[in-house]
Design a binder for this molecule. Structure first.
Ligand code: NAD
Length: 494
């Protein structure tokens, strides 16, 4: 597979206008193995103008949903056909274990297939007659694509995050300028290459690589963009929302979290440990919905902690391309520094490191970080309140359901929450009390392309995935006709 290094604008590959390049590092050894174009505002302007033209004058928004679905299905087919190679590229770029990357790439293909099926249904559903009490009028509601979408994504699920935005936007008839994360742009460029292979009309999907302030910011500020779809940190999300307010752009935000996992005393310890580990060590804990605050009933707290610690120590850490590896490196040197600093700060604030806490001794190069369990974390410590985005979990005992729910909800975030209990009534009660966009009962992390995904409180605005994700890319138009033969007669009497 050809690793791309140029920008994809208006159906053509071109270097950045100012010729800038960014090195691409393999997180498993810290060595540069490629370079990509570092774009600037001029490139963003060209991409937005191309997307605008493709929307205003092109065929894409004017096709039937069925015709658009054909392209989406072709994209999915090519992704599936090349799945092992794309997954390997994702591992080299992002660091995640190969099996996880294969899961992501399969999911990305499925996202295109799923939105192809919604595009097909859209032909029947896009226009709906509304019953009115006044028979002199006939009104229908028409759903139309929102226009040019600026999509900005993070590095933790590079191709999957691109698919979550590009697939519904294209299905709805929008055109897109996609800005991948600077540290993981390779599979987004591959998606551009695939769109070229399936003859997606020029300008419908544009991919512009580079740094956030140089590419993301001009995209956010561009007056010809109608909608911004962002996944990333709260700090950048907040800036994007403020910038969007200037010209009332539509905006959807998927931001961070500090999600709780409540483990009640009737839980089977082995099952609880398994899901808690999945909730924090999958993808090296670089998951927005990672259940990073684990609340365990005091009756089973010590037994649970002992078992969790023993299992965390058994995890095989290494290069994601090696067989049997379950925890790869963090995505970048910067992320490694951030996670290291967060754990050091937690300890300074009173936390105890039960296991892990830094770089594994046997792995001297690469951005590896051990599975880490913290206890005694003060409720005011940033390790308890702020996202770490690494394989670091805080575990704390609780004594009653009421306390557990109060602790779980005591956060500015609300992306996800999990509860483990064999008591179905309690599970439902707690699920209703938790303030989060997703609540998992007796599991943590599964997400489905059919179901809505997004956060309460500072975890974001709007929902991706499912039909909710499709709605993000639609406008609603009312078309009302006066159908009576009688004159209206307000000013001019007959
Ligand atoms: P980030 O906010 O630093 O970067 C995200 C993207 O925004 C990148 O493409 C970056 O280049 C771009 N960007 C940076 N500055 C910008 C600016 N001024 N204007 C426009 N764009 C700019 O986040 P990150 O470090 O890449 O990702 C980690 C964060 O993403 C975590 O906080 C995590 O919780 C969040 N996240 C959320 C979800 C979700 O579904 N809710 C999913 C994945 C990641």
């Amino acid at each position: 597979m050809n690793m791309r290094n140029e920008l994809f604008i208006d159906g053509k590959w071109a270097p950045a206008a100012r010729g800038g390049m960014l090195e691409v590092f393999n997180p498993a050894d810290g060595k540069a193995f490629h370079a990509i174009a570092a774009a600037s505002a001029e490139d963003v302007d060209r991409a937005v103008i191309a997307a605008r033209r493709a929307f205003d004058d092109g065929v894409w928004p004017r096709m039937s949903g069925r015709e658009r679905a054909h392209y989406l299905r072709r994209i999915a087919e090519v992704i599936r056909g090349r799945l092992p190679a794309i997954a390997e590229l994702e591992v080299r770029d992002n660091g995640k274990p190969r099996a996880e990357a294969e899961w992501d790439i399969g999911d990305a293909a499925y996202t295109f297939e799923y939105y192809a099926s919604l595009a097909e249904k859209f032909d029947e559903e896009r226009s709906e007659a509304i019953a009115l009490p006044d028979q002199r009028f006939k009104t229908r509601v028409v759903r139309e694509p929102v226009g040019v979408v600026g999509a900005i994504i993070p590095w933790n699920y590079p191709l999957l995050m691109a698919a979550w935005k590009v697939a519904p936007a294209l299905a709805a008839g929008c055109t897109v300028v996609l800005k991948p994360a600077e540290s993981t742009s390779l599979t987004a460029l591959e998606l551009a290459a695939i769109s070229e292979e399936v003859d997606l009309p020029p300008g419908v999907l544009n991919v512009v690589t580079g740094l956030g302030p140089d590419v993301g910011q001009p995209l956010v500020d561009h007056p010809l963009v109608d909608k911004l779809a962002f996944t990333g940190s709260g700090a950048v999300g907040s800036r994007i929302m403020a910038a969007a307010a200037k010209d009332i752009k539509r905006v959807s935000l998927e931001l961070g979290g500090k999600s709780p996992f409540i483990v009640f005393e009737d839980s089977e310890i082995d099952k609880a440990v398994e899901w808690v580990m999945f909730g924090i060590f999958w993808n090296q804990g670089q998951v927005c919905s990672a259940t990073s605050r684990v609340l365990v009933h005091e009756q089973i707290y010590h037994k649970f902690l002992e078992r969790l610690t023993a299992e965390a120590r058994k995890i095989t850490i290494g290069d994601g391309l090696k067989k049997g590896v379950l925890l790869g490196p963090l995505v970048s040197d910067l992320q490694h520094q951030r996670v290291t600093a967060a754990v050091e700060k937690a300890v300074a604030e009173g936390a105890t490191v039960v296991t892990g806490g830094g770089r594994p001794k046997e792995l001297e190069t690469g951005y590896f970080f051990e599975p880490t369990i913290l206890t005694d974390v003060p409720l005011t410590s940033s390790a308890w309140t702020d996202e770490i985005f690494g394989p670091v979990v805080c575990v704390r005992p609780f004594s009653s359901e009421k306390d557990a729910v109060a602790l779980a909800n005591d956060t500015r975030f609300g992306l996800a929450a999990a509860v483990m209990t064999r008591d179905a009534g309690r599970a439902e009660r707690v699920a209703a009390a938790l303030r989060a966009g997703t609540v998992w009962i007796n599991c943590s992390q599964p997400s489905f392309i059919e179901a809505p995904w997004g956060g309460y409180k500072q975890s974001g605005i709007g929902r991706e995935l499912g039909r909710w994700g499709f709605e993000n890319y639609l406008e609603t138009k009312q078309v009302t006709a006066y159908v009576s033969d009688d004159p209206w007669g307000w000013y001019i009497k007959h």
